[in-house]
Design a protein around this ligand. Structure first.
Ligand SMILES: NC(=O)c1ccc[n+]([C@@H]2O[C@H](COP(=O)([O-])OP(=O)(O)OC[C@H]3O[C@@H](n4cnc5c(N)ncnc54)[C@H](O)[C@@H]3O)[C@@H](O)[C@H]2O)c1
Length: 316
């Protein structure tokens, strides 16, 4: 499968390397505004390819070179500006960037699935759905997949059970209003209780990304593994379930916003959106997340901007 990675900064370059190691691409196209950087990354990966068992063509290029991609990953971004008053201000600048590039990418690869990593992830996924015109089943964001992985990893350490054997989701916004679904969390067919200890694990898991950024300046490995899992589910039609940011189409009365729900991922993108039976407090938290992301979408639009959305009306 041909995979294009748009934006090969710290996340995009790590993802490209992850895709190469896992043999998920036959052709890998790297696109970056800083074309010299994309050329350098492509060369370096070409040399790495000699050590892999799966042949892959790696090259740097422009949007035209992405034509016919099966998956397009958006990891392009303006840098975080310390003058931002609100994390959603990044969304306004990244929407300008998406407006320049997403429609052209969609025209070049009309059959592609689009995976959004760029932050604020739910807001940018919403805009990517509208700008691509692809319909909500083919455009989705990594959302709380990474938050859920961190939660399971930290629960695993606390409980002494392998993280794969824990079913515990973080849903809602990939951001401050995310919430853990304790009412459905299980380990080896037993309930994971919501008590002060497990709640403290969630609290720490939801902050630990900031600790990584504080210490090394950015995050890259875990998010790249998360994005690679999504690409793998598409490439190999695995029908794995995972929480991803998708257009919500009426769950708990919420619509026309992107939030993470558990979904089934296959070759066509989102095969199904699952609707978990949440507890009362979790339902309230989901609605709060919807409100937060809606405000983020509004903040990302400039005065007089044409509304990108009403994405629920797009064909599935
Ligand atoms: N969803 C998540 O869980 C998650 C985790 C980590 C990072 N992120 C987000 O991913 C994005 C990338 O993070 P990073 O650390 O790699 O940033 P980075 O600054 O290292 O890389 C961004 C890259 O985008 C490129 N770019 C800018 N405009 C472009 C354009 N028009 N076309 C192509 N490329 C363009 C830049 O040149 C740069 O190389 C950020 O928005 C970050 O917040 C999301």
């Amino acid at each position: 499968m041909k995979i294009s990675v748009i934006g090969v900064g710290r996340v995009g370059s790590t993802l490209a390397y992850t895709l190469l190691l896992r043999g998920l691409a036959d052709e890998l196209v790297l696109v970056d505004e800083a074309h010299q950087v994309a050329l350098g990354e492509a060369l370096d990966l070409q040399h790495a390819e000699a050590f892999t068992s799966h042949p892959v063509i790696v090259r740097a290029g422009g949007v035209e070179d992405t034509a016919g991609s099966g998956v397009v990953v958006l990891a392009c971004s303006v840098p975080w500006n310390p003058a931002y008053q609100d994390r959603f201000e990044l969304g306004r600048d990244n929407l300008r960037l998406f407006r320049r590039i997403v429609p052209a990418l969609a025209r070049a690869s009309p059959e592609a699935k689009m995976l959004v990593v760029t932050n604020p992830c739910d807001v940018m996924t919403y805009h990517a759905v509208g700008l691509s015109g692809f319909g909500p089943r083919r455009v989705f964001g990594t959302g709380t997949l990474i938050d859920s992985a961190r939660f399971r990893t930290m629960l695993s350490a606390k409980m002494g059970i392998h993280p794969d054997d824990l079913r515990a989701y973080v849903l809602g916004e990939h951001g401050d209003s995310q919430f853990p679904v304790f009412s459905l969390a299980v380990a080896g067919a037993t309930r994971i209780a919501r008590d002060p200890d497990t709640h403290e694990v969630f609290r720490q898991a939801s902050r630990v990304g900031f600790e990584v950024v504080h210490r090394k300046g950015h995050t890259s490995y875990a998010i790249s593994m998360a994005a690679a899992l999504v690409v793998e589910a598409i490439a190999w039609d695995t029908h794995r379930t995972m929480p991803l940011s998708v257009v919500v189409e009426g769950f708990l009365g919420v619509r026309d916003v992107c939030l993470s729900l558990p979904v089934v991922v296959g070759k066509d993108g989102i095969a199904r959106v699952l609707e978990p039976e949440l507890g009362d407090d979790e339902q309230a938290a989901f609605r709060r997340s919807a409100e937060t992301v809606r405000q983020g979408i509004a903040l990302s639009l400039e005065h007089g901007d044409p509304l990108v959305g009403q994405v629920s009306n797009l064909p599935i």
